[in-house]
Design a protein. Structure first.
Length: 268
């Protein structure tokens, strides 16, 4: 539906700006929002309003009439609990209430840090399947698990459709050896968002947000439901990054990498 607007939160961030351009080029009407000003020229068919995810009235207002919310807003890195609380915990409730009232579907930018304390699979070991695999590696990762479960609740109780994308590492290129497993290209993310918007039915779904990387840690998910398959691969960057290790044994053992090692105080 190209007539009803799509709301993109976190629109001023790296992923939000890339998606605004890609969705505008596809002909979508866009309502963009962020706590920070939009740094670029607005793409065609887009309007921008500054909002705070902690402000319920503002979130209900801005989502009014929207067909979908692509929720990329909130704290996107490992931060102390108090900083995560308002945008990522309260904010998720505001996003889902707004979606329920507008009759919109939600794409939630979840993260691999919701499952970061799973060990990296060795050669021949099974890959991690998406459903029910939470092992957060930080208060940030915990907020992403909570956001996914908010989607579970709103689908079961109110029929709000939602796709939870456990993004690995979405950057222009992989920048270290871990990203040979976790990298998601911008183009694969843009195609995923379009597949979500155009899928006849989503329900409550969880998808690994990674490109078609042979070194992946991840197995089954619900991608068939939206007909998405990643087309890019991190292998093209192997020679450039394979020797770039963190040097920290906790970071190297677990899927979440450095987030697992931050503030780590377990004796054994
Ligand atoms: C994330 O969740 C962060 O938003 C991003 O900055 C990266 O740190 C990424 O995870 C990752 O694990 O590489």
């Amino acid at each position: 539906d190209l007539k009803k607007p799509v709301l993109v939160t976190g629109a001023s961030g790296n992923l939000g700006r890339m998606l605004a351009a890609a969705l505008s080029a596809r002909g979508y009407r866009l309502r963009l929002t962020d706590i920070k000003a939009f740094p670029d020229d607005l793409p065609a068919g887009a309007e921008f309003v500054t909002t705070d995810l902690g402000d319920e009235a503002a979130m209900l207002r801005i989502a009014d009439d929207c067909q979908a919310i692509l929720h990329f807003g909130g704290v996107s890195v490992d931060r102390p609990f108090e900083e995560v609380m308002d945008p990522n915990i309260r904010g998720l409730y505001h996003i889902y209430e707004a979606a329920r009232r507008a009759g919109a579907r939600v794409l939630f930018a979840s993260s691999n840090h919701s499952i970061g304390f799973h060990s990296r699979p060795g050669p021949g070991e099974p890959k991690l399947d998406a459903p029910g695999s939470f092992r957060p590696d930080s208060f940030y990762g915990l907020s992403k698990a909570y956001g996914e479960l908010m989607g579970r609740l709103y689908w079961d109780k109110h029929g709000v459709e939602n796709l939870n994308v456990r993004i690995g590492s979405c950057f222009p290129e992989p920048v270290d050896a871990r990203m040979l497993a976790t990298w998601l290209s911008f183009d694969d993310l843009a195609r995923l968002c379009i597949a979500f918007l155009e899928a006849p039915k989503v329900g409550h779904a969880v998808v690994w947000g990674a490109s078609n990387n042979p070194a992946t840690y991840w197995g089954a998910d619900h991608r068939a439901r939206i007909g998405w398959e990643p087309l890019d691969s991190s292998e093209a960057f192997r020679a450039k990054v394979e020797k770039l290790l963190s040097g920290n044994p906790v970071a190297e053992r677990y899927q979440g990498g450095a987030y697992c090692a931050n503030d780590y105080s377990r004796a054994s």
